[in-house]
Every structure is written in structure tokens, then in C-alpha cells.
Design a protein around this ligand. Sequence first.
Ligand SMILES: Nc1ncnc2c1ncn2[C@@H]1O[C@H](COP(=O)(O)OP(=O)(O)OP(=O)(O)O)[C@@H](O)[C@H]1O
Ligand SMILES: CC(=O)C(=O)O
Ligand SMILES: [K+]
Ligand SMILES: [Mg+2]
Length: 584
Amino acid sequence: MVALGDLAVKFGGMIKREGAFDFKNGVFGVPIKRNEVCALNLRKLRAGESRIGGVQAVMQVGVESDAGVSPDSKSLEGALGFDVVTEVELREKGFLGLRKTKLVCTIGPACCSLDDLEKLAMGGMNVARLNMCHNTREWHQDLIRKIKKLNEEKGFCVSLMIDTEGSQIHVVDHGSPSTVKAGEGSVWFFTNEKFEGSRPFTIQANYEGFAEGIHVGDEIVFDGGMATFKVVEKVGNDLRCQCTDPGLLLPRAKLSFWRDGKLVEKNYQLPTLSPKDWSDIDFGISEGVDFIAMSFVNDADAVTHLKNHISTKSSKSIQVLAKIESLEALHKLHEIVAASDGIMIARGDLGVEIPLEQIPTVQEEITYVCRQLNKPVLVASQLLESMVEYPTPTRAEVADVSEVVRQYADALMLSGESAIGPFGQKALSVLRMTSSRMELWSREENRQDVLLQHNLEASLPDRIAEQICNSAAAMANNLGLEAIFVYTRHGQMASVISRNRPNPPIFAFTNDSSTRMALNLRWGVTPLLVDLSDDMEGNITRSVHLLKTKGLIKNGDTVLVVSDVIPTSTTQTVFQSIQVKTIV
Ligand SMILES: Nc1ncnc2c1ncn2[C@@H]1O[C@H](COP(=O)(O)OP(=O)(O)OP(=O)(O)O)[C@@H](O)[C@H]1O
Ligand SMILES: CC(=O)C(=O)O
Ligand SMILES: [K+]
Ligand SMILES: [Mg+2]
């Protein structure tokens, strides 16, 4: 953390009043009136200028008008990437009404037409997820192209995520009757022997070593509790089992093994990424997806390996999300979060490996760690499960969604609700309305928890950038500003501001389209694609003018402007700044 005493504070230029900036508490001690511009600029001191820390803070207070728009603003107008959904929402609800929590929809047969996808996009889908467990390569390719077409032709900004199949012990889906019931006391044969169609009282596991290390007396649990069996006999590589807790055996049901109330943590030597996963990943890279969600990550090395692979294969940056869905991943949570670009809390499979009553606390813990380490976190599975069949959610489901929002997760995800359910759009609107309501309540109740600050960066310029972001969020809240504008090439500053979960929305102006698509998963960030020049004042003036001409910002609105765009030429100084700007 940069302490005030580390800074040589100088006032000059357009100064009218003096003030102090307290980095520790994020307080900016200058009263600001309408039509005043107040800027705090930090730059490295040149030799001989420094007293202590080698950083100079220049505070400027003055009156500025944006009336004099530079002539090249026209050229930027076409490039202003304001997506249609945010634009409509902004017009209807104003700055503070913009939803902060991001929404991810799993795409499946129930929502794969262009028309369905457009409705989901219009309904607030920020990211479309394709689960590579299902369907064909051609089907996925067609979907990716449809989403890109909608983005290009209809002005949406929907990012694309593929989710790897991963390696996991499950029941082979024969495509026959969708559900089978196991009655109390019934005896079933578990085998890896391949067969077509279905055989009575026989369950085919997908992995030949599934019974290794399993003893008579152990329990086999289906899908985290759908049905339970006790092993009564080992027959070669197979198992004979008796049903002790009757229930449904769903297609592709996941199997877990328990002994004395504890998960048998078997090392099946299954790779996190199978040959099929690598082929799906290369397909995703060639199709230019924005996120790859990696199933069953067990350690940081797997994440690093995939990130290295992507960097050699792809010219654009693709975000790797590690899915936390095993007990082993929980043991290594910190290293996995640190290595990845974001996390999905995959509660479906996690609930197969840990007792269900542990899910809420584990979810809160993962969400907290992600925010500490500034990684976006997405909560997935069964949020509105009953809506796979019914047009309204249960009260308990709405309460669950609200709790995720109250925990300040970055995003919520629909699975079967959108992929196979007939009420996908309705489910999306339930997520939208529930999250907006909880965000409003948290703000009104002033529930913004002060983040237990964990410093992210080591180098001084990065620490300065981090402090600017923390202070920007505090200033925007304390001054009741309309919006935060941040100019960012790689999204770092936008993400650190988002990490503070400020009240006003964050508009992130970037000239890098992969940064824009990645920021789609960040809480409270509306990413916009623009041309950025080295002339920061020009960038600011042009973007304010463009929002004004669109009628999205009006005279008297006050916004906070943050920039960390590093000039491209070596002769220019690094310029990081906060300005409070009242639109006139
Ligand atoms: N592309 C698709 N084609 C057909 N069905 C799909 C598709 N995507 C999802 N589904 C269906 O929707 C249901 C829920 O989808 P989802 O992929 O989220 O399952 P999941 O079990 O939570 O994910 P995972 O396999 O990653 O753990 C699946 O059981 C599947 O029947
Ligand atoms: C989403 C997912 O993979 C799960 O919940 O298991
Ligand atoms: K998957
Ligand atoms: Mg899973």
C-alpha cells in the first residue's frame, strides 16, 4: 500500500483549492462543486524531483467544459461499441439501475435457433455457454457462428464459453428410457463391459478401473444422493450392489464411492483434459471463443498447461476458467484461483463429492477467495432447477439466487433451465429481476462490505494503479456519482474497480476486443470498444461527447474518470489519473 507520506504532493496548474488524498482510507479531501473538474494525477518523479517515494501526485481543481469536441470524434462514433441491451437498460433505468451481476446461459436444443438466441441476448445473456459433453462439433460450430452473427448484425455483446467434458466416473448413457428407478433392496450389477441398449438391473460405468480399490461394504452414491447402493460382492473388475436408498438413475449419472461416511478419494489417473477435450479446445480456439471452462481441475498445473497451450495457438487472449467441482480442487483452492483467469463454482458435481450441507459455506469461501485475488467468480447449477419443468421458480430457488448476489459473485449461470427447459427466457428474467432487486437492496441498506484489502500487485506503478482503483470506487460511492469511466487496454484497472463493488456502474473503454469480451463476466462492468489514442484528455472528451449525442448522459451528470492507458511511445510518461467530471 502506498502511504501518504511516500508521496511528494505538489499543486500546480489549474489549482484553485488545496486538498489531500489519503490513500489508506481512500478519502479525497476536496469538496467539489458542479461543473468543476478535479484531477489527481500520479506520475513517476524525474531525477532530482523526488523527496521520498519517487512518485508525484498532482491535484488539479478547475472548471472545464466538454463543449470543444475534437474534430476526429466523428470517426470514433461508428466504433463506439455500446451494446443494444445496455443502451436500452440505461435509457429505461438510468445509471444506477444497470444490473451488475452477469448472466450466463447454457445453450442446448431448447434455445438454439437464431430467434431463441436473440431473445436470450435481449433478455440479458452476457455469456453463452456450450457444454462439450453434449451434441456434435457441427452443432457447436453452428451455434458459435449464430452468436457472432447476432453480435455483429444486431449490436449485442454476448461472449462465448466452451465447457470441456472432462474425465469423471459416470453411467454410460444408452439414450434409451431417460430415467430408471431403483427400488429398495434391489440388486444391480455394475460393469464396464460395453453393451448396446439397456439390460435389466445392469449399470455400465464409463471407466474400466471404476471398481479398483473398492471393498465390499462401500457405498456407491448416484448424483450426490439420487440413489445409494451398498457393494455386496466383487466379481472380477465388476461389482454387485444392493440398493439401500431407492431413487432415480438418470442418464450420465455421476458415481461417487463412500466408506465410513467419507468420500473414497480414488486416483483414477484420469487426465484433467482427455484427447477429446484437447480437440474441443483446439476447436474453440479456432472458432475464437472468449472463455474455456475447464472441468474437474485438480491443481494449478492443469490450468497453467492449458494457458500455455492457448498462448502458443491463439493470437487473441482466451480466458481460462477453472471449474471447482471436486474435493481435491477444494484442497488446492488458492493455487487454482491464482493460476486461472476466473472460477466457476460447479455445484452440480461438487455436490457429488462433498455433503450437500457443505455447499453454501464452500460457495461463500470460494467467492471470497476469488474476490481477494481479483478473479471473476461464476456460480453454477440448479439455481432455478424447478424451471426445467415449471414456469415459476420455487421460493427457495429465488432465495438461493439472491444469496449469490448478496455474496457479490460476478455471475450466475443457467444450465438445463435454458438448455432443455421450455421456460429458458422466463428463467433468465427471474435471474435478471432477482439480481437487480438484491443489488438495489444491498445498496440501499449500504451493505457494501469493505473488502479486507489484500494487495494484488508488487511493482510500484501497479500498486499505484491498484490504489487509484480502490480510491476511485470509494470516491464514486462517497460523492454519489453517476458512473465510473475507465480507460483500459487489458482490463486490469476495470477489474480492480469492479473488485471493490462500487455503487455506480463501471464503463470500461478499451480498444481490444478480447478485453471487451472478457470483461463481460466482471461484476458491474459495461465494456465498450473504442479507439484509444495516447491523448487521454482527447479520449475522455470524445467518449463523453459520444454518450451525450446518444442521449445516454446529460448536463449535470457527474462521472469519475480513471485511466491507466500506458502511452505507446517511450518519450511519454506513464500517466495514471482520477478525475471527477461534471458534464456541461
Ligand atoms: N448442447 C446440448 N445438447 C443437448 N443437451 C444439452 C446440451 N447442453 C446441455 N444439455 C442438457 O442440459 C442439461 C444441463 O446441462 P449442463 O450441461 O449444464 O449439465 P451439467 O451436468 O451441469 O454440466 P457438466 O456436465 O459440465 O457437469 C444436461 O443434462 C443436458 O441434458
Ligand atoms: C456446471 C457443472 O459442471 C456442474 O455443476 O457440475
Ligand atoms: K462440462
Ligand atoms: Mg460438472
